[in-house]
Design a protein around this ligand. Structure first.
Ligand SMILES: NC(=O)NCCC(=O)O
Length: 405
């Protein structure tokens, strides 16, 4: 049996799998007897309406496309309790994780085209499967070159309204009648070519509904993103689409509970978390954060992580005294859905492209708000007061010291 690498990346077999398994879930399925597995899954993944989150069959065209294309395809259903006055509001949602097919040494146009071709294939399969709303990973149209701090990669930045990746998504949105969330590196020509990390929301008629710019920029590990783009200035917009109200919390924003909350306060029913993160840094956090956000804010979360290991032409250092290196580490995929009732799907594979599909009954959001009452029991006035005081330069933490010390 292969051992995890000493640095903790656990890319046990070099292909990014977990010792030959797609995920911890697959490992549990292989080793835990069925009569025990049911308990493991209830506690680990939660149940939805008193049952494990059920897998759903997909049309043959979608399953054979995934088999031919060599990507992971999984589909599930989240149900809500039947109501007397409202019919169910079920929307079919897809998440796409993809590696960069061309090496980072290839001409930029070739790299982008190879990604476009691959993603087009997967989105077409999503269309065959009846997906109505779909989101891709963060900066899906380019390698995640921010580790290098080299400015040449800025060339990948493109217009949110008219860039080639938006154009492709508009074409596919029209073709499949699908809402597509298109997270790109944005070049803002109206402001001197400023760069943002942006999710463009494209309606099912192919129109650009609007965009959200990433609020929080990481300054951790090799995520040198502040070298490239600025903190977003679009707040926490919720986009009312033909299929539900959606928000986008881009990658590192998932570590900020108030960022999740912003979308919740604006009425989101589904929040996507398009991300790019590596095993050594964040893998134990990944299954928790999106799930916690879904519970705390009574909405669904679709968490999407990039997949694969990207090698760059020039070595870079991480400022940690370790030797210079040419790769970012393994992006561990593992995209999944989390529901407001604390249930979740299994993840997509850790080392393969993938399409995760789920039918979400949006009635579950209000049902969970009514059950737990988090919106009613929250003390927004008290939080607002504390925050208003905290942002002042003369803030003093409210600490009551034991006088006997
Ligand atoms: N892309 C990005 O913001 N990554 C930061 C690392 C993390 O949040 O896990």
């Amino acid at each position: 049996m292969s051992k995890p690498e000493p640095n903790g990346t656990a890319a046990a077999t070099g292909d990014g799998s977990l010792g030959g398994f797609d995920s911890v879930d697959k490992m549990l399925e292989a080793y835990v007897p069925a009569d025990k597995l049911v308990h493991v899954q209830r506690v680990l993944h939660g149940w939805n309406q008193g049952r494990p989150v059920a897998a759903v069959p997909l049309p043959e065209a979608a399953t054979s496309a995934a088999a031919e294309g060599g990507y992971d395809l999984q589909a599930y259903r989240f149900e809500a309790a039947p109501e007397q006055l409202r019919p169910p509001r079920v929307v079919r949602v897809g998440l796409v994780q993809n590696a960069c097919p061309a090496p980072t040494t290839a001409p930029f146009a070739e790299q982008r085209q190879a990604i476009h071709d691959r993603v087009r294939q997967i989105i077409d399969a999503a269309g065959e499967a009846g997906v109505q709303v779909l989101c891709m990973q963060e900066a899906w149209h380019m390698p995640f070159a921010f580790c290098t701090r080299e400015k040449s990669w800025c060339e990948f930045a493109e217009s949110a309204e008219e860039g080639p990746s938006t154009r492709l998504c508009q074409e596919l949105a029209r073709k499949h009648g699908m809402v597509i969330v298109n997270p790109i590196l944005e070049r803002d020509d109206a402001h001197g070519g400023t760069i943002w990390n942006t999710a463009v929301v494209i309606g099912n008629n192919g129109n650009v509904i609007g965009k959200h710019r990433k609020n929080h920029i990481p300054r951790v590990g090799d995520f040198n993103e502040s070298t490239y783009y600025m903190e977003g200035n679009t707040g926490h917009p919720v986009f009312e689409t033909a299929f539900g109200k959606i928000g986008v919390n881009i990658c590192y924003g998932r570590h900020h509970p108030m960022n999740w909350q912003g979308f919740g306060l604006n009425g989101a029913e589904i929040v996507f978390n398009p991300a790019a993160t590596v095993g050594e840094l964040s893998e134990p956090m990944w299954p928790i954060e999106a799930r916690n956000a879904a519970i705390a804010n009574s909405y669904y979360v679709g968490a999407i992580n990039r997949v694969g290991t990207e090698h760059f032409p020039n070595a870079f250092t991480s400022g940690d005294g370790k030797p210079a290196h040419k790769d970012f580490g393994h992006f561990y995929g593992s995209s999944y859905f989390a529901a407001p009732d604390a249930s979740r799907t299994p993840p997509l594979a850790r080392h393969k492209d993938g399409l995760m599909i789920a039918d979400l009954d949006l009635n579950l959001c209000q049902q969970l708000k009514d059950k737990w009452g988090f919106r009613m029991t929250a003390r927004y006035d008290m939080y607002a007061e504390q925050l208003a005081a905290y942002v002042r330069h003369d803030y003093r933490p409210q600490v009551i010291k034991d006088p006997s010390l």
